[in-house]
Design a protein around this ligand. Structure first.
Ligand code: NAP
Ligand code: ZN
Length: 347
């Protein structure tokens, strides 16, 4: 077994602390990644604090992982030692069911092995995430990172990037479309960059007036402060597509009303409490309300290649792991510009 260092939470109310654990030996189809950077997703905070229920402790969070391939198993084809690789939100799935076969491993009918707060497919071995020195993963569940320039800015693509890319693609965001991004955090700022790169006219809906200038720099064309309903009413029925990335309780109907005929709103944010939707918000204009969960391996690779081609990375604040509590607190206050990424050298 491979001795590994990390940071873990012991309970929903404990801070993260140093934690030593073991990874499996590198199998024939596995690669060993020395983790260089790991992004801090708001999902890490939801799960550390058990806001979705069923959390498993000790929990080593982290599913925006990039690093250097330090060892490859005998049968590995996709990677060689010295390559750069990424790991996102899951590390295995059954590989046989309809969803796995169709490239939607995240919805594996036997339930994918999440990168942390989960078990391997044996349903016994706990999985530990990227706030750690190294990870062993089957090559089929690792992503190729071609661009070595800005690994810290690439790490958040593994979750925030794919979670916003996938629904934008699915709903054909592009030229001639008015797209709204609700919440300018880790997911939201990637949504802005990606939607703008696809040619859409992008509006940020934010409850943080201080983010206006940043929104423009990220590629947004308009900025609306959601605290003032008078700013919202002239926009009713104007949008083709809205991506809602908000992590806390909020009113969905206010945004649904902004959709034009046939428009769609996709939820990716996962607030602790369920939201109420008025049937009229959907009936008027034949609107669609949908959800989207990360992306499969092939689509995640497509997104990474797209970002490399279009020079898209995340805007990050790189921190040593010792600052994790402060990073969580600032994320909870919507004060992240726009993703915290842990430099694993600090571990
Ligand atoms: P984040 O960086 O904390 O961003 C969330 C943003 O939501 C904040 O920056 C803020 O934007 C807005 N917000 C927060 N509290 C609010 C409030 N009380 N009222 C209105 N707006 C508020 O979080 P993230 O990492 O982007 O994740 C966002 C959500 O997506 C989380 O719930 C996370 O678990 C979920 N998620 C889902 C998937 C998926 O596959 N569906 C994948 C990853 C993450 P403004 O300051 O601009 O208002
Ligand atoms: Zn995430």
């Amino acid at each position: 077994m491979l001795k590994t260092r990390g940071y873990a939470a012991d309970s929903p109310v404990s801070n993260l602390k140093p934690f030593n654990f073991e990874r499996r030996e590198v199998g024939a189809r596995d690669i060993l990644i020395e983790i260089q950077f790991c992004g801090i997703c708001h999902s890490d905070i939801h799960q550390v604090r058990d806001e979705w229920g069923g959390s498993i402790y000790p929990m080593v969070p982290g599913h925006e992982i990039v690093g250097r391939v330090a060892q490859v198993g005998a049968d590995v084809k996709k990677f060689k030692e010295g390559d750069f690789a990424g790991v996102g939100c899951f590390v295995d799935s059954c590989r046989k069911c309809e969803n796995c076969a169709d490239g939607f491993e995240q919805f594996c009918l036997k339930q994918a092995a999440q990168t942390y707060n989960s078990t391997e497919m044996d349903r016994k071995t706990p999985t530990f995430g990227g706030y750690s020195s190294q990870i062993v993963v089957d090559e089929n569940y690792a992503l190729k990172i071609s661009d070595e320039e800005n690994l810290a800015g690439i790490a958040p693509l593994l979750c925030a990037g794919i979670t916003t890319y996938s629904p934008l693609k699915r709903f054909n965001a592009g030229k001639g479309q008015k797209v709204g991004i609700v919440g300018l955090g880790g997911l939201g700022h990637m949504g802005v960059k990606l939607a703008a790169s696809m040619g859409a006219e992008v509006t940020v809906f934010s409850h943080s007036p201080s983010k206006k200038e940043d929104a423009r720099k990220l590629g947004a064309h308009n900025f609306v402060i959601t605290k003032s309903p008078e700013d919202m009413s002239p926009l009713a029925g104007k949008y083709d597509f809205i991506l809602d990335t908000v992590s806390a309780e909020h009113d969905l109907n206010m945004y649904l009303n902004l959709l034009k005929r046939g428009g769609a709103m996709v939820l990716v944010g996962v607030p602790e409490k369920a939201a109420e939707v008025s049937a009229f918000s959907l009936i008027v204009n034949n609107r669609t309300l949908a959800g989207s969960g990360i992306g499969g391996i092939a689509e995640t690779q497509e997104m990474l290649d797209y970002c490399a081609e279009h020079n898209i990375t995340s805007d990050v604040e790189v921190i040593p792991i010792q600052k994790i509590d402060e990073a969580y607190e600032r994320t909870l206050k919507s004060d992240v510009r726009y993703r915290f990424v842990i430099d694993m050298k600090s571990l």
